[in-house]
Design a protein around this ligand. Sequence first.
Ligand code: FE2
Length: 249
Amino acid sequence: MIFRQLFEPVSSTYTYLLGCEETGQAVLIDPVINAIERDLAELYRLGLTLAYSVDTHIHADHITAALELKNKVGSKIAAPAFDRLPCADVGIEEGVPLKLGSIELQPLHTPGHTAGHFAYRVGERLFTGDALLIDGCGRTDFQNGDSDALYSSVTEKLFALPEDTLVYPAHDYKGRRVSSVAQEKKRNPRLGEQRTREEFKQIMASLNLPYPTFIDYAVPGNQQCGVCPDHLPNELQKYCLQMTQSIQG
Ligand code: FE2
């Protein structure tokens, strides 16, 4: 399998490119609209055809490139069926793998950050979205977030996978790229083995995080599979403008 981890610096999002060497088909996990030209250039360079884009959840911090990719190269939009997005071509459900060539994405419903959040396992790699970050996790205070549900998703579902499973998160704000189930079980300060459910809920309830800058534009845009609003305030235009340099994450 061809694999690339790509970084979008405005929202510190990792987009994952997975390509099948036999069929030349590819999927992008969590593509970002302002990095679409970078992603298409990478696919072209690798000689791959984009069959699908797939999102882990309805993002609040960036706009997905799903719809723009479909319009540009005809890729299908896969998204969690839970969210019932009319713009999705394929509704992702747990137990029903998304297949392209020799690649199989195994969807795992992991509610808590959002109710419809999914992680995807591909062999020894686990794409955890915002359910599990390196030494952290996504917030649980909006979009039907639920710390009780997130504790169950991570400790009962993701931590049940083999310990050598590699953890690839949707974000990292400190330049870290990959972890493992064993490492997160051992030392994740919120969800590692020393934390009880009650401790986790207490931690999440006392984070006092600021209201997300872009959420009021991102969520409605992502409910349409990735539409940039017409009139963005100047300071938010960077969320929709193309990346000016090809930064590799
Ligand atoms: Fe998120």
